[in-house]
Design a protein around this ligand. Structure first.
Ligand code: PRT
Ligand code: ZN
Length: 299
């Protein structure tokens, strides 16, 4: 069999991570032919193709070399890595970037009327979960022996059905817990979407493509939620203006044509730039204020 020379990335076919995963790759300059409901998307701008699969299959596909990279929840990735380790095997995939979307937490939740003071209260109880390895690691860290009931869906109704006393499940807003009269009591694992890569060295063109993609990804992630703030000001106002910007903004100042005194200031600000902050900047001496979205950065 000849070595593949196109890079392959697995992403979730349909689910919470599908759209944001493909959007992120498009922001990195990739574009794909074929409709997204097919299993395979051919990369047009670069020799990088997509495989659209169930999220649970992604770590295994990377490990087997079916694809080189994948975007998956850290919860799924860590659970499967835990399984491999328990079976005495080395995981052949690793997390290379946290992607900043798909964030949620794996939490323990108990029926609203059940008293709970700490992990010791879990001793001897039945906990329903789809993440037995992550839960077992938590129980082990706290030296508690409980029974883990593995369920592959509808975990939140297990206490009502009597199949478990409490649950350990993913929580984002907490709405599902509340709707099922459950109370979140412990955060077991924090998760978000990650880019996972094969641990095998990628040689030749595929290695170069992965490096290129990682560089572009870093550029996109670095300016995620960032704004470029531009303003004019008298040179004497610079300290007061800088004090109103976050310490990470590292403003650059250049002289403005005309007098010595007038300068233009430019700064990269992560997070929201509010109207109130703009008004404070104006009071500090700034004029011609502009707040611009940032799309890409190449350091
Ligand atoms: O078909 P496939 O196997 O690919 O998809 P899936 O059904 O296994 O996964 P999917 O699409 O539901 O989730 C994919 C990933 O999204 C998860 O593995 C997490 O990494 C991440 N994620 C982020 C979430 C949530 N937020 C989330 N809220 N996954 C699940 N939930 C559940 C939560 O458990 C609850 O039941 O969504 C429900 C709503 O949550 P609340 O707290 O907002 O009510
Ligand atoms: Zn799944």
């Amino acid at each position: 069999m000849t070595e593949r020379d196109r890079l392959r990335i697995a992403v979730q076919k349909s689910g919470r991570l599908s759209e944001p995963s493909i959007r992120l790759l498009e922001q990195c300059g990739l574009s794909f032919r074929q409709s997204r409901d097919k299993l395979f998307c051919y990369g047009e701008t670069l020799p990088v193709d997509l495989l659209l699969v169930r999220d649970d299959d992604i770590p295994g596909m990377i490990a087997e070399g079916v694809c080189d990279l994948g975007i998956v929840g850290r919860n799924v990735f860590a659970e499967q890595a835990g399984e491999l380790v328990a079976a005495g095997r080395e995981p052949a995939a690793e997390e290379v970037r946290a992607l900043g979307f798909g964030g949620c937490r794996l939490s323990i939740a108990v029926p609203q009327d059940m008293p709970y003071a700490g992990p010791a209260d879990l001793a001897g109880l039945r906990i329903a979960t789809s993440y037995p390895r992550l839960l077992a690691a938590f129980l082990e860290r706290h030296g508690v022996a409980a029974r883990i009931v593995v369920l592959n869906g509808s975990v939140e109704i297990a206490p009502k059905l009597g199949t478990a006393d409490l649950i350990c499940d993913l929580v984002s807003t907490g709405g599902t817990l509340a709707a099922n009269q459950l109370r979140e009591v412990e955060r077991v694992f924090e998760t978000e979407a990650i880019l996972a890569s094969t641990t095998r060295p990628l040689t030749g063109e595929r290695g170069e493509l992965r490096d290129l993609l990682l560089r572009r990804l870093d550029g996109v992630l670095a300016v995620k939620d960032a704004k470029l703030v531009m303003l004019h000001a008298p040179r004497a106002s610079i300290p007061a203006i800088t004090a109103l910007l976050p310490p990470t903004a590292r403003p650059s100042v250049s002289p403005l044509g005309g007098g010595d005194d007038a300068v233009q200031l430019q700064a990269l600000v992560v997070g929201a730039v509010t109207w109130q902050r703009l008004e404070e900047l104006k009071q500090a001496g700034a004029s011609s204020l502009l707040v611009l979205p940032v799309e890409k950065m190449l350091a």
